[in-house]
Ligand binder design. Sequence first.
Ligand code: GRF
Length: 195
Amino acid sequence: MNKAPLRIGVLGSGKGSNFEAIVRAIRSGNLNAAITLVLSDNPNARILEAARSLGIPSNALPASSFRTKLEPEIETLAANQLADSGAELIVLAGYMRLIKAPLLNRFPNRIVNIHPSLLPAFPGLDAWKQALEANAPTTGCTVHWVDSGMDTGQIIAQASVPVLQNDTPETLHARIQKAEYQLYPEALSKIAAAR
Ligand code: GRF
């Protein structure tokens, strides 16, 4: 049973370390997928540089005047570029804006995200800081389907991570990210196999 690789389009705003973990999984044969395009809403994001150095097509979107979402025209442009690249699944990798109708309608139930907490606990920004402030003994990461809410879509997979006594926001986030680099490729692999 040799399925064609799952064609993935990536949206990211930041450093792109989850994107790099996904590329490692593909290149080592652990994930039957191919990345068709990396798009960023931030022209200076490291994820674009990482894509270029890995030889993966990438593009920066035009500047948006909103902070938490894209203008509908810009989101439509993103949806067009991702669809034209042949992407079947959209993977959010550190993408910092809400997904609205243009992308949700073009890729219905085909957008996934990774969030650095055990959802439904600690949705939103700086989830690792929220876990520290709440004195949670355990936190983790969640891969979920994306809907119009913030970190509310159906959960696909989770991994827990202990919160240690001397943790700072940085040490805790780093431990969560390590778990993310495992969980995201594994979850994508299951999605690829289930097609
Ligand atoms: C990750 O911690 C992820 O959970 C959150 O944003 C961060 C992205 O990091 N959604 P990177 O850009 O993949 O390094």
